[in-house]
Design a protein around this ligand. Structure first.
Ligand SMILES: Cc1cc2nc3c(=O)[nH]c(=O)nc-3n(C[C@H](O)[C@H](O)[C@H](O)COP(=O)(O)O)c2cc1C
Length: 169
């Protein structure tokens, strides 16, 4: 059984809540869930599977605490690890930069040597104009829109977890 850790950044609690849903779905203990505002990069090394979550703020920017943590992640050797990315965004007010953070984090994790899992999410279930999370027409992680589609969150998380389980053990 692989050791799984969740690292999230959240400014108003939405991504934190999604992290909690994912932890419950995958049976990840609270002690393996970290807020990147206080987490150290050494903690990343203790896991085989890293679930990385961020909201998108500014205009297509990482959540504030991720702005600092991403530099630490990039300097960490993640080879041999699997990384899955999730994020929150607002597909209506920020339709051109919807959940960009997912793409930014996925790119950084792959550069650090990790293998991306939980990708290839069908974008047709979302209404938006553009996103850095799009790779070959599909999302490279799980986008959640708590601002406009909170009723879809649980189903989206559960569907993603089912896919993920096939890629991680
Ligand atoms: C100032 C501001 C800028 C935002 N910019 C974006 C954006 O560029 N793209 C996007 O998808 N969502 C954007 N959002 C929406 C947030 O990502 C969304 O509300 C998210 O759920 C917040 O999650 P958090 O509480 O975990 O930080 C923005 C929200 C605020 C307040």
């Amino acid at each position: 059984m692989s050791k799984k850790g969740i690292f999230y950044g959240s400014s108003s609690g939405n991504t934190q809540n999604v992290a909690g849903l994912i932890a419950a779905g995958l049976g990840i203990a609270e002690s393996d869930v970290f807020d990147v505002a206080t987490a150290t990069s050494e903690k990343l090394l203790g896991y085989d599977v890293l679930l990385l979550g961020s909201s998108t703020l500014g205009y297509g920017d990482l959540q504030d605490d991720w702005e600092t943590f991403i530099g630490k992640l990039e300097k960490t050797d993640l080879s041999g690890k699997k990384v899955a990315v999730f994020g929150t965004g607002d597909s209506s007010a920020y339709s051109d930069t919807f959940c960009d953070s997912i793409g930014l984090i996925a790119e950084a994790a792959e550069k650090a040597g990790a293998t991306l899992v939980g990708a290839g999410i069908d974008a047709s279930g979302y209404s938006f104009d553009d996103s850095k999370a799009l790779k070959d027409g599909a999302f490279c992680g799980l986008p959640i829109d708590e601002d406009n589609e909170p009723a879809k969150t649980r189903e989206r998380v559960e569907g993603w977890i089912e896919r993920l389980k096939a890629e991680i053990d």
